[in-house]
Ligand binder design. Structure first.
Ligand code: KIV
Ligand code: ZN
Length: 535
């Protein structure tokens, strides 16, 4: 317990995926898991394998591809029942470092109304299921759901029983976000002081943000001796979410005297991780969000700007570059070579791209540099997201033409190649250009969806800025499902068409369609958007 390493347990792909409106398919989850590994998290909770065969397969794939020798521990969640633990082990066993995370509630209110079990039954079940999980895995975490509203003496009894049965990590969740920092600190300190065998385990925090106290509670837990924190990127999670990874990690880094501990996080990957998760889940980050919001390092008042120009630390406690945020201009121009471009991508953390991907990114960069003259790193990040964070294309956008204005009847014509290779063009009018474009797309793509959310934002300042569009659509079948899409372009109407079609492509993939087969050098393969085709 005396060690100073705080393990970062990321649960974006499990608790985060339980966020209302979050939409992640297997491909999204794998991309996010790879990014979490680059970020340097110690544990990825990849999902809840017993929830569905699709969840099990997604966790299994992450375990195989991300849970490598030097990769993180891959955990799966399981209720304290054998069927869940079997499914969990099936999913994580291929990882080099697999973990089974099992839980049962310990508060009287949960025992009485949800589980309908006595305290004795809960202790027995917890002990038996941890022992059952230990038959499979060396590494077993036990969580006492609603720990913060449980009677401390009973909590100690449950923890003592599961430690005896072989639990290696003990998690103390504030499931309903009810605790306050002093109280949570006392709770963790009480567990460490009173549970027999606790010195053989890592004690973990898991704080929800219903009262906006998740980060404070997590930090309080660390001060009391917790050495694992369960967190999510952008604070995603059930209801108001979980403690945001970026806030906890930057608080530890910025205030070492208060928190004399370390993490293995490469903080320069925080902005990219946040962006990827926002794009993939379709849940955007508020501008004033700590650490990763677009205003987190923006100084508006003259007094502040003057201060920062004279000395950065007058108003900045963290450097934007510490979290991987930089607005600096690329020193590459349109005459720069591929080699210099590849080096720049590596400096930005994209060293994992293969030759074919670098070539695609390079073509997009050149075309953007032609249009925009000054390409910032933020622009490049947006283009790379548009290029590489897209779902497989079943329907491929070939062209978009729009006519609108004052006065005018907004009219759009859209051409799309379908999965059978058939090329279709449809035109439509609308109340505005976006309505016209989306209606034209709806006439080609055979899915009924309702548009729930449409967000556009400029990647940088300036009138020639690149626009990023995120949409969220809801299927209208008897069990509606949410899908998000993302697109970036200097033309926001084109970005909108890309985003909407990306969401529909996810619907198509979920309906069993195969990605379009297109030959090398085609637009779909090169990733070139319609603007590069001159439409
Ligand atoms: O909030 C919670 O209690 C949980 C547990 C399953 C760890 O998410
Ligand atoms: Zn939770």
């Amino acid at each position: 317990m005396s060690d100073d390493h705080v393990r970062i347990f990321d649960t974006t792909l499990r608790d985060g995926e339980q966020s209302p409106g979050a939409t992640l398919d297997a491909h999204d989850k794998l991309e996010i898991a790879h990014q979490l590994a680059r970020l340097g998290v110690d544990v990825i909770e990849a999902g809840f394998p017993a929830a569905s065969p699709g969840d099990l397969a997604a966790v299994q794939r992450i375990a195989a591809e991300v849970g490598t020798d030097n990769g993180p521990i891959i955990a799966g969640l399981a209720r304290a029942i054998t069927k869940d633990i079997d499914a969990c082990w099936e999913a994580v066993r291929v990882a080099k470092k697999p973990r089974i995370h099992t839980f049962i509630a310990t508060s009287d209110i949960h025992l009485k109304h949800k589980l309908r079990m006595t305290r004795e039954e809960v202790v027995r079940r917890a002990r038996e299921m941890v022992a059952y999980a230990r038959q499979y895995a060396q590494d077993v975490e036990f969580s006492a759901e609603d720990a913060s509203r449980s009677e401390p003496a009973f909590l100690y009894e449950v923890f003592a029983a599961v430690i005896e049965a072989g639990a290696t990590t003990i998690n103390v969740p504030d499931t309903v976000g009810y605790s306050a920092p002093a109280e949570y600190e006392e709770l963790i300190a009480g567990v460490i002081a009173n549970v027999p065998g606790i010195d053989r385990c890592i004690v973990s925090t898991h704080c929800h943000d219903d009262l906006g106290l998740a980060t404070s509670n997590t930090l309080a837990g660390i001060r009391a001796g917790a050495r694992q924190v369960e967190v999510t990127i952008n604070g995603l999670g059930e209801r108001a979410g979980n403690a945001p990874l970026e806030e906890v990690v930057m608080a530890l880094r910025t205030r070492p005297a208060l928190f004399p501990v370390r993490t293995g996080i490469d903080t320069s990957q925080l902005t990219r991780s946040s962006h990827l998760v926002a794009v993939r889940t379709g849940i955007s980050v508020p501008p004033n969000k700590a650490v990763v919001g677009s205003n987190a390092f923006a100084h508006e008042s003259g007094i502040h700007q003057d201060g920062v120009l004279k000395h950065q630390q007058t108003y900045e406690i963290m450097k934007p570059e510490d979290v991987g945020l930089t607005q600096s201009k690329l020193v590459l121009g349109k005459h720069s070579g591929r080699h210099a471009f590849r080096n720049r991508l590596s400096e930005l953390g994209y060293e994992h791209l293969n030759d074919e991907q670098v070539n695609r990114a390079f073509d997009r960069f050149k075309k953007l540099a032609d249009k925009k003259k000054v390409v910032t790193e933020a622009d490049l990040e947006a283009v790379l997201a548009d290029e590489f964070y897209q779902p497989p294309q079943v329907f491929v956008l070939e062209s978009v033409h729009v006519s609108c204005g004052l006065p005018a009847l907004p009219t759009a014509s859209v051409s799309i190649t379908g999965p059978d290779g058939g090329y279709q063009t449809q035109a439509s009018t609308g109340t505005g250009p976006i309505h016209a474009i989306f209606t034209a797309i709806d006439q080609i793509v055979p899915f009924q969806v309702q548009l729930d959310e449409y967000i556009v934002h400029a990647v940088t300042g300036g009138m020639n800025a690149l626009g990023e569009v995120t949409v969220r659509v809801r299927t209208t079948d008897p069990t509606p499902r949410l899908f998000s899409g993302h697109g970036a372009d200097t033309d926001i109407l084109v970005a909108s068409a890309k985003a909407y079609l990306a969401a529909l492509n996810k619907v198509a993939m979920s309906a069993g369609y195969a990605p379009a087969q297109r030959g090398p050098g085609s637009d779909a393969d090169s990733g070139e958007g319609p603007e590069e085709n001159g439409v």
